[in-house]
Design a protein around this ligand. Structure first.
Ligand SMILES: *Cc1c(COP(=O)(O)O)cnc(C)c1O
Length: 257
């Protein structure tokens, strides 16, 4: 057998000036976060929402761990991810930071254990079979997984989410499952240009929530609004906006996903 190749002691990898780069990255993400927080605060004021009533989830899918660390350094601690394996890799790299992790992507049956084990929230529940698996797989010593039921309000068959008329049955069935708590509803509407058109699906999600909420299950979370339509979502009662591009900049290509 051949001996492993040794690199010479004199060899030093020529890393790109890490301190300078980190500083620039930190500054630009801190600036972006400040602008997003200003947009949220301005929308809260404009639409009569109490200050601080809209939480910011920074959507870090496809972004590297160093960008998440930069956002954390600027005061952001809740992050949304869409791909399980990618998220687990970043969680491992960032295990020293007290971060909250939200899964916002499509749930695959063979990934429910990872979601149940490694996330605090799931925004995209559409299927009772997944709910049962998540509840059974949630570690006994962890608080219940907070879930939002994803609702498809545009009726496009290609879009994830339950039809509005099917949401009540799923929520009822989830009531029997220790290990998950239905915190509210989520939607991901097709992009729309003007504010009135952006507000329509968000108003519909809120109306559905108002119909389904009970004293025992108030469904307080409305997860809606992204970089391009957060004002419309805040106007219609969003309690959590999911912001990617406006925090981290344009996403690098996902590369075959
Ligand atoms: C990517 C993504 C977002 C963030 O979108 P931006 O337009 O980059 O703010 C929000 N929600 C979900 C479900 C996403 O997949």
């Amino acid at each position: 057998m051949l001996a492993p190749v040794r690199t010479s002691r004199a060899y030093q990898p020529n890393l790109p000036g890490p301190n300078l780069m980190d500083t620039e990255l930190n500054r630009s993400i801190a600036d972006n976060l400040a602008r997003v927080r200003e947009r949220i605060a301005a929308a809260e004021a404009r639409y009569g929402r109490p200050p601080g009533s809209v939480a910011l989830l920074a959507v870090s899918k496809v972004q590297g761990a160093e960008r998440i660390a930069a956002a954390y350094a600027a005061g952001q601690s809740a992050f949304g991810e869409s791909y399980v394996q990618e998220a687990l890799d970043k969680q491992a790299a960032l295990a020293h930071l007290p971060l909250g992790w939200h899964f916002i992507g499509r749930v695959q049956t063979n990934k429910t254990r990872d979601i149940a084990t490694h996330f605090d929230w799931l925004h995209s529940l559409c299927d009772l079979k997944h709910a049962r698996r998540l509840a059974a797989q949630r570690p006994a010593d962890a608080p219940p997984l907070q879930v939002c039921v994803q609702v498809n309000l545009s009726g496009e068959a290609s879009k994830a989410g339950l039809a509005p008329q099917d949401v009540a049955a799923l929520i009822d069935a989830c009531g029997a499952l220790a290990g998950i708590t239905v915190a509210g509803l989520m939607t991901l509407p097709a992009p729309a240009q003007d504010l009135a058109a952006q507000r329509r699906p968000f108003a519909a999600l809120r109306a559905l929530r108002d119909r389904l909420a009970t004293p025992d299950l108030p469904l307080t979370t409305l997860s809606m609004g992204m970089s391009a339509d957060l004002e419309a979502a805040v106007a219609e009662g969003a309690t959590m906006v999911r912001i990617g591009t406006a925090v981290f900049g344009a996403r690098p290509p996902a590369g075959g996903r």
